[in-house]
Design a protein. Structure first.
Length: 487
């Protein structure tokens, strides 16, 4: 029998093997691929068993994500979408047969053979691209953080359930051994009840706390600037925004939290069943442009921040406070850590404080160890109770699309995690929120007051701060005309 030549009778009509797979799915929006063993026995890989995958944002991290799901040809890369020809050039060259697009909306409308989509654009466009794909029944892999604002994360979580698609966020540490070990150690009560967690990172490693550029610069002819802006308000092109530097601008990125918290906080979020905080407060590093005068940089994330998240008792666990540090700020070294021992790793780390001891990990939850570290030579690991992800994070999503496993960082987990992290950004932006003092006018000495410098009480059901209404402007942003979540 020749490959792709088989015809089957299905409900009185002749259909190809690929159409059989699509037609035989229940009439849901999610197109589930029939597992391999159903088609041809264990180990059999029919051409139709390959996912047809499209990439949106395929330079930078997107290039690595595509390589991870492509798996040296085990799947098909059928479409590539990027607004920057220079940035995406290497990926275009790697998948020469894939059709090329600049606008993902055009790609999704025109190319009907797409099963799944990998999204690695700047944070600004994650939600609109993922929603457009999910509404067409496409499985989605979305880089971290899942969304740019709190409302988007909630809508995306609900959409994944509504459209019955397989989802994954690109926080690969959730598939690593260390994360599972932390969860099992907590379940076994190795360090007792945890009431405080410290999370830190060396980010930002790009400019933050800087003025918005004013000079006009010609847009490179290889870049579609309008599409790069996506749903963000219009502003003139400037190389201060891209590539990579977009992370430090509120309209496009989500700062140090958005870059690293989905990696670093994830083990604590899972092991301690955190969900949504009930209160949050922040303080940030300030930049002074002259004596007594703080820099007013509303478009740029601050150079450093410290955030306190309060959680109530839940599932038999006591209340806990999670504290985030970035921009070079770190928690006090625990007494149990040797003076010359490294705290976390270069990217950051995680420290759990319990009634019976402490656990420290590197970034991504890697290399968990008890403190003092000398106690590890006598430590007996608890029995493994959680299923691991030996295939790795990208292939875990691919296998989940084929109905073989469950995606380890699906939106039911990644959505609330992202919301929690973006609540931290809401606190940062509220802290920086300025108002002119009564009786003052611009130009007066010290004319500003900072009403946002307080503990913010969070109502998760309604996604709002209950004691400082002005903070709620950061829950949901307005889109430019022509852009929508489709809800």
């Amino acid at each position: 029998m020749k490959k792709n030549s088989k015809k089957d009778k299905l409900n009185g009509k002749t259909t190809s093997r690929r159409n059989f797979i699509k037609d035989s799915t229940l009439a849901t929006a999610g197109v589930m691929i029939v597992p391999r063993y159903v088609l041809g026995g264990k180990g059999y890989v029919a051409p139709s068993d390959k996912l047809n995958i499209a990439g949106i944002g395929v330079g930078g991290r997107g290039k690595d994500d595509l390589a991870g799901v492509y798996n040296k040809g085990a799947e098909n890369i059928v479409a590539l979408c990027d607004v920057d020809e220079t940035r995406a050039a290497a990926t275009f060259k790697a998948y020469k047969k894939a059709k090329r697009y600049k606008d993902f909306r055009v790609m999704l409308e025109q190319q009907k053979d797409i099963d799944a989509v990998v999204i690695a654009t700047p944070d600004n466009t994650h939600a609109v691209a993922a929603m457009a794909a999910m509404q067409l029944g496409k499985h989605v892999y979305v880089e971290k953080p899942l969304a740019h604002d709190i409302y988007e994360a909630r809508v995306m979580t609900e959409a994944a359930r509504k459209y019955n698609v397989v989802t994954q966020m690109g926080n690969q540490g959730s598939s690593w051994e260390g994360t599972f070990q932390v969860m099992e150690w907590m379940e076994a009560g190795i360090i007792g009840d945890v009431d405080r967690v410290h999370c830190w990172t060396n980010r930002p490693i790009w400019p933050q706390g800087i003025a918005t550029p004013k000079e006009k610069v010609k847009v490179p002819n290889t870049l579609d600037w309008d599409l790069w802006l996506g749903p963000a308000k219009w502003r003139d092109y400037n190389p201060a925004y891209l590539p990579f530097k977009w992370r430090g601008w509120w309209d496009f990125g989500t700062g140090a939290l958005g870059d690293m918290a989905c990696h670093i906080i994830d083990p604590a979020f899972r092991a301690l069943k955190l969900g949504y905080p009930t209160a949050v407060e922040a303080s940030v590093g300030l930049v002074y442009v002259s004596d007594f005068v703080e820099g007013d940089f509303p478009d740029s994330c601050p150079p450093s921040s410290k955030i306190h998240f309060d959680y109530p008792a839940r599932d038999g666990m006591p209340p806990v406070k999670l504290i985030w540090y970035d921009g070079g700020i770190m928690p006090e070294r625990p007494e149990e850590l040797g003076a010359d021992e490294q705290m976390g790793d270069w990217n950051g780390g995680l420290l759990f404080e319990g009634t019976k001891g402490k656990i420290m990990t590197d970034c991504y939850g890697a290399n968990p160890r008890l403190l003092p570290t000398s106690s590890m030579q006598y430590f007996k690991q608890p029995e493994k109770s959680l299923k691991r992800v030996p295939e790795g994070h990208h292939q875990n999503w691919v296998k989940a699309c084929k109905g073989e496993v469950k995606a380890v960082s699906n939106f039911d987990i990644a959505g609330p995690l992202t919301e929690m992290i973006l609540i931290g950004n809401l606190a940062i932006r509220s802290y920086l929120h300025k108002e002119l003092k009564p009786g003052k006018k611009p130009g007066d000495w010290a004319p500003w007051q900072y009403p946002g410098r307080k503990k913010l009480l969070w109502d998760s059901n309604n996604m709002k701060v209950t004691n400082f209404d002005q903070a709620n402007q950061f829950v949901k942003r307005d889109y430019r005309d022509g852009w929508s979540l489709g809800v």
